[in-house]
Design a protein around this ligand. Structure first.
Ligand code: ADP
Ligand code: MG
Length: 736
C-alpha cells in the first residue's frame, strides 16, 4: 500500500508526476480515489424505459453520425440504437468527434434524458461516453467494461489518465495485492459496527459485486463506502481526541474563586446575566479552577452576549494576579472591546491597567505597550492577532480569549496555544458562527463546548424586508425618520476584490487584508481602482452626505483607514455623535451599538447567508424596534433569491446555518482556508454527519480503553497510521 505509484506496472516516473499533482503518490492514494458514479452494464437500461429529465446510462450501438456546420458552431450529431429504438446524441463544438465512431460500435452513454423536439423519442445533450470493447479486444478489457457494474472516475489528467485507464490500474493493483491490505480498524470495533474488512471494502467500492443496488452506490451508502468513510473520520477524531488528552495532562493554572473574586465581578456587572450566560460562565470557571489548562469554545448567536461572559472570566484571571488577553479578528472589534472593557472596569474599585495592541499602532506606542505587557504593568491586553504575530511577551499570562474564532482558522489557533510559557494559560474561544452542534462537537473535537442558546431579555425580532434599489428614496427617508427619533443606522456596501463581474461572494473579508492594509503607504487612487466596491462605499458616502441624507451626521468606515481613524469613527458612532455609518463589511463581526436600529445592506444579493445574518445582528441589540433592509439591484440568481427569502423568513442562526451549509456545501461553508479544515478524501461533512458523530464517540471510547478493544498489534498499526495521517493529511503535528 505504501509503494510509490511510480513502481506500479504501467505508470513510471512520468505519469507518477502527473498523479502526484493530483495528490496521488502511493498505491494507497490510488485506491482511495473512488469512482464518482457507477454504470450498470450488466442490466443496461432499455431505451424505451427512459424518462425525460432523468440522468441515465445506456448501452447502444452507433447507427449514424453527422457533423453539422451551423453558423454559431459545429454540432456533432449521432444516432444510437437498440433494436428498433433509437436515441439522438448531440455535442456542441463537436468537430473533434468526427472520426471517433464506427458504425455498429457499442457505446456506453451517460447523460440527461430529454424529449426530442419532434416529440418522438429522446435525446441526450453532450453525454459522457465510452467506447465498449469489441470481440477483438483483450479479455481483460471485456471483463472490466461490460457485463458488470462499472466504476466511473474523475479523470486524473488529460486524455491519458481517463476513467478507463484508472479502472484498469486499480483493477491491476487490487489483483496484485491479493487482499493483502493491512487492516486499520480493530476487528472488535468493525464487528460491532458491522463494517467490512478494509480489503473487501476497497475491492467492492471499485468493483461492486453484481446485484449491488446502483442508488446505494451513487449515494456512497454501501457497506464498503460506509467503512471507508468511517475509517477516515475515525482517524480524524482519534487525532483530535489524543491531542485533547495530551493537552489535559499539561500543567495549567488553578484559579481560585474566592468571595473577593466574586465581589469583583459583581461590582462591574452592568445587568443580570441570562440563564445561558450564567451556565456558560459556571462551565468556564469550573475549567479555570482545574489544574489542567482550559480549551473551551463558547458558541452563541450574534447578540447573545458572549463578551460579558469573557470579561467575567478575565476578571477571575486578573483577580488571581494573572494577566488576561483578548484577541479579535479586526482592529475595529479590538478597539471596541478595548473601549467596552475600559467602561466596564471603570466601575470597579480596583484600577485595572488595560492596554490595546494592534498591528497599526505607531511603532513607539507598540513598543511601549509591549514593554508594559512584558513587565506586568498591564493586567488586560486587548488586540488583534498582532498579539501573536509580533510575539508579545507576557509577564504572567493566565487567560487568552479569542473572539470570533471562525476568522482565525485552526492552524492559527494551534500556533497560539502552543506558545511556550511556564504554566499553560487557559484559552476561551468564542464564535458566533452557528455551526450545527453535531459538527461543532466533531470538528472542534479538541475543545469543550458551551452554548449561549438564549438572547438577553427585551429583544424584539428585527423586521427584515427586501427592497429593490429603485425604491432607495424610501429607504433614505426611513433612515431620516429613525434618526429624528434619536436612533442610528448602518448602510453597508460589499467589499469585492478584482473585477466586479466575476467575483464570488466573499463570506468574510479576509482579516489579514483588513489588518495589513494600513501598514502600506497610502496610495488612494490606484487602490480604489482595484477595489471597485470599496469605491462604492466611499462614493456613496459622498453621494448620500450631499444628497438624500444631507443634514444628518454621516461616518465612513472601511478597512483601509488606519487604526486611529477607525477608532475615532467607531467611538463617534458609539457615542451617538454620528447618525449613519456608511461601511464595508468591516463592521460585520462583533460591532455593538445598541442604539442603532437600521441595517441597510446594498447589493444584498451578493452577500453570503452567514454574512447577512452577522450584519443583521448589528441591530436589534437594544429595546427599540429594529429593521434590516436588504436592497438588491439588477439580476438576482435563484440561489441569492433563496438566501434573501430565508433572511426574511427567519432570524434563527442555526436554521440559517443549516440552509447555508446545504446551499454552499461544507467546503465553502467552512471556507477551508479560514477554518483550516482538512480536505477529506472520501467523507463529506454534509452527507456524513451521522458517521462523524459515530466516529467521534468511537474514537473517544477507543482512547479511554484501547486495551480492551484492540490487540497490541492493532494499536501499533493505528498509532503509526495516525502519525502519518495526521502529519500528511491534516498537517497537524505531534500525533504522538
Ligand atoms: P455577541 O455575543 O454577539 O458578542 P455582545 O456580547 O456584543 O454579543 O452582546 C450584545 C449586546 O447585549 C451588548 O449590548 C450587551 O451589552 C448586551 N447584553 C449582553 N448580555 C446582556 C444581559 N444579560 N442583559 C442585557 N443586555 C445584555
Ligand atoms: Mg461579539
Amino acid at each position: 500500500m505504501e509503494t510509490p505509484v511510480q513502481f506500479v506496472k504501467g505508470i513510471g516516473p512520468q505519469i507518477a508526476q502527473l498523479l502526484a499533482a493530483k495528490g496521488i503518490s502511493t498505491v494507497e492514494d490510488l485506491l482511495y480515489h473512488l469512482p464518482f458514479r457507477y454504470e450498470d452494464r450488466l442490466h443496461p437500461r432499455r431505451l424505451h424505459e427512459l424518462q425525460p429529465g432523468e440522468m441515465a446510462s445506456v448501452i447502444a450501438e452507433v447507427r449514424g453520425t453527422a457533423l453539422l456546420r451551423t453558423r454559431a458552431m459545429p454540432i456533432f450529431e449521432m444516432t444510437v440504437g437498440q433494436g428498433t429504438q433509437s436515441l439522438k446524441c448531440i455535442w456542441f463544438h463537436g468537430a473533434y468527434l468526427k472520426d471517433r465512431f464506427k458504425h455498429g460500435q457499442m457505446l456506453a452513454l451517460y447523460g440527461k434524458v430529454e424529449a426530442s423536439r419532434s416529440g418522438r423519442g429522446f435525446k441526450m445533450i453532450q453525454p459522457q461516453f465510452e467506447l465498449l470493447p469489441t470481440d477483438h479486444d483483450d479479455d481483460e478489457d471485456r471483463l472490466l467494461e461490460v457485463g458488470r457494474i462499472v466504476p466511473v472516475y474523475e479523470s486524473l489528467g488529460g486524455s491519458r489518465l481517463t476513467s478507463r485507464w484508472i479502472r484498469r490500474m486499480i483493477f491491476q493493483v487490487l489483483r496484485e495485492l491479493r487482499g493483502n491490505v493491512p487492516e486499520t480498524i480493530p476487528a472488535a470495533l468493525r464487528e460491532r459496527l458491522g463494517l467490512p474488512a478494509r480489503a473487501e471494502a476497497l475491492h467492492h467500492v471499485h468493483f461492486p459485486p453484481p446485484g449491488t443496488p446502483i442508488p446505494k452506490l451513487q449515494a456512497s451508502a454501501t457497506p464498503a463506502h460506509r467503512r471507508l468513510i468511517f475509517e477516515e473520520l475515525f482517524y480524524l477524531e482519534l487525532g483530535l481526541e489524543l491531542k485533547r488528552r495530551r493537552f489535559r495532562e499539561r500543567a495549567g493554572i488553578s484559579f481560585e474563586t474566592s468571595d473577593k473574586v466574586r465581589n469583583a465581578i459583581r461590582e462591574v456587572l452592568p445587568f443580570h446575566p441570562t440563564t445561558a450566560q450564567k451556565r456558560a460562565l459556571a462551565e468556564i470557571v469550573a475549567d479555570m479552577r482545574q489544574p489542567s489548562p482550559m480549551r473551551r469554545l463558547l458558541q452563541g448567536d450574534v447578540g447573545s452576549g458572549k463578551t460579558i461572559v469573557a470579561f467575567q472570566a478575565m476578571l477571575v484571571a486578573m483577580e488571581n494576579g494573572y494577566q488576561a488577553a483578548m484577541m479579535a479578528p479586526t482592529e475595529i472589534l479590538a478597539t471596541q472591546h478595548y473601549l467596552a472593557a475600559k467602561k466596564l472596569l471603570e466601575r470597579s474599585s480596583r484600577k485595572y491597567r488595560i492596554v490595546l495592541l494592534t498591528g497599526s499602532l505607531d511603532d513607539d506606542l507598540k513598543r511601549l505597550n509591549r514593554r508594559r505587557i512584558a513587565e506586568g504593568e498591564a493586567d488586560l491586553v486587548i488586540g488583534t492577532h498582532a498579539l501573536i504575530e509580533e510575539k508579545a511577551e507576557f509577564h504572567k499570562l493566565g487567560l487568552i480569549v479569542v473572539d470570533e474564532q471562525h476568522r482565525f482558522g485552526v492552524m492559527q489557533r494551534f500556533r497560539l496555544m502552543r506558545k511556550p510559557t511556564d504554566a499553560e494559560p487557559d484559552v476561551l474561544v468564542m464564535t458566533a458562527t452557528p455551526i450545527p452542534r453535531t459538527l461543532a462537537l466533531s470538528l472542534y473535537g479538541d475543545l469543550d463546548l458551551s452554548v449561549l442558546d438564549e438572547l438577553p431579555p427585551g429583544r424584539t425580532p428585527v423586521v427584515t424586508r427586501r427592497v429593490a434599489d429603485e425604491r432607495a428614496e424610501e429607504v433614505w427617508k426611513f433612515i431620516r425618520e429613525q434618526a429624528a427619533k434619536g436612533h442610528q443606522a448602518y448602510v453597508v456596501y460589499p467589499v469585492i476584490e478584482g473585477a466586479k463581474d466575476d467575483q464570488p461572494e466573499l463570506d468574510f473579508a479576509p482579516p489579514e487584508q483588513e489588518e495589513e492594509r494600513p501598514k502600506k503607504k497610502k496610495a488612494k487612487a490606484p487602490e480604489l481602482f482595484e477595489r471597485p466596491s470599496l469605491k462604492a462605499a466611499v462614493e456613496m458616502y459622498e453621494a448620500l452626505r450631499t444628497g438624500p441624507l444631507a443634514g444628518l451626521r454621516l461616518g465612513l468606515l472601511h478597512g483601509r483607514l488606519d487604526s486611529d481613524e477607525k477608532e475615532v469613527v467607531m467611538r463617534r458612532f458609539q457615542r451617538g455623535e454620528t447618525d449613519v455609518l456608511i461601511a464595508t463589511t468591516v463592521i460585520e463581526v462583533g460591532v455593538d451599538v445598541p442604539n442603532a436600529t437600521v441595517m441597510v445592506i446594498e447589493h444584498a444579493e451578493r452577500f453570503g447567508l452567514a454574512q447577512l445574518h452577522q450584519l443583521r445582528g448589528r441591530v436589534g441589540r437594544g429595546a427599540a424596534k429594529s429593521y434590516c433592509i436588504l436592497m438588491t439591484s439588477g439580476k438576482v440568481t435563484s440561489e441569492a433569491e433563496e438566501r434573501l427569502a430565508a433572511m426574511v423568513r427567519t432570524q434563527n442562526g442555526f436554521e440559517l446555518a443549516e440552509l447555508d451549509l446545504q446551499l454552499r456545501g461544507p467546503g465553502e461553508f467552512f471556507g477551508t482556508r479560514q477554518a483550516g479544515l482538512p480536505d477529506f478524501r472520501i467523507a463529506n461533512l454534509l452527507r456524513d454527519r451521522e458517521a462523524l458523530e459515530l466516529a467521534k464517540q468511537e474514537a473517544s471510547t477507543f482512547v479511554r480503553n484501547s486495551g480492551e478493544v484492540a490487540t497490541e498489534e492493532e494499536r501499533s498499526v493505528i498509532r503509526q497510521r495516525l502519525r502519518e495521517a495526521w502529519q500528511r493529511r491534516y498537517g497537524l503535528i505531534e500525533a504522538g
